[in-house]
Design a protein around this ligand. Structure first.
Ligand code: COA
Length: 161
């Protein structure tokens, strides 16, 4: 082992030691990296101002998954009265299928204490995301016709009680 290996190991948290990307609260300083992932993930990406607004909401939960200094994924969830609205989740294309989005959502459920239901909208064509949400227990509850302005696509509405 290299010199300093023991203290390096001790300073890491359990998810780092198991090779999983650790999850923490998203910070304003993450936003340049967020925007980079956002632009590679969505046909109609959010603006910087939209992320700043969400981060400023005291009742929201915004999370980051990291590897070393690098941001690999993020999640934005807002609370509206008696419901949580999962507004945005994305993972860097090169880091997908490693369970990162699932881990972000699992942490969200933990931090919210599951006292209120969750809802979200997802493009009907986004099979990967729909498969992930279904695997996490979300269920479809109808469609919002022409919800997405960029191409007029319908949104599938999903709920988790
Ligand atoms: C959807 C997204 C967030 C998933 O992130 P991820 O970290 O790769 O997801 P996970 O590794 O946690 O996947 C969990 C499960 O979802 C399903 N899934 C995820 N990506 C999939 C794909 N490309 N094809 C089929 N199923 C997929 C699988 O069941 C997967 O479990 P498995 O890998 O054990 O088979 C990611 O693909 C992404 O950033 N897409 C672009 C942005 C987006 O569409 N966000 C959702 C908006 S509503």
């Amino acid at each position: 082992m290299r010199n300093g290996g023991v203290s390096e190991t001790l300073s890491k948290n359990p998810s780092e030691l198991s090779g999983e990307a650790p999850v923490r609260r998203l910070a304003y300083s993450d936003l340049p990296a967020v925007i980079s992932i956002e632009r590679r993930s969505f046909p109609a990406p959010w603006s910087l101002a939209m992320f700043v607004l969400e981060l400023s909401k005291p009742a929201g939960i915004c999370l980051a998954a990291t590897e070393g200094e690098q941001l690999l994924g993020y999640l934005v969830c807002s609370r509206y009265d008696r419901v949580w609205h999962l507004m945005n989740v994305a993972v860097a294309p090169e880091a997908r299928r490693r369970g990162i989005a699932s881990r972000l959502i699992a942490r969200l459920l933990e931090e919210s204490r599951r006292e209120l239901p969750f809802t979200l909208e997802v493009r009907v064509s986004n099979r990967e995301a729909i498969a992930m949400y279904e695997r996490l227990g979300f269920r479809s509850a109808g469609v919002r016709p022409r919800y997405y302005q960029d191409n007029g696509e319908d949104a599938l509405i999903m709920w988790l009680d």
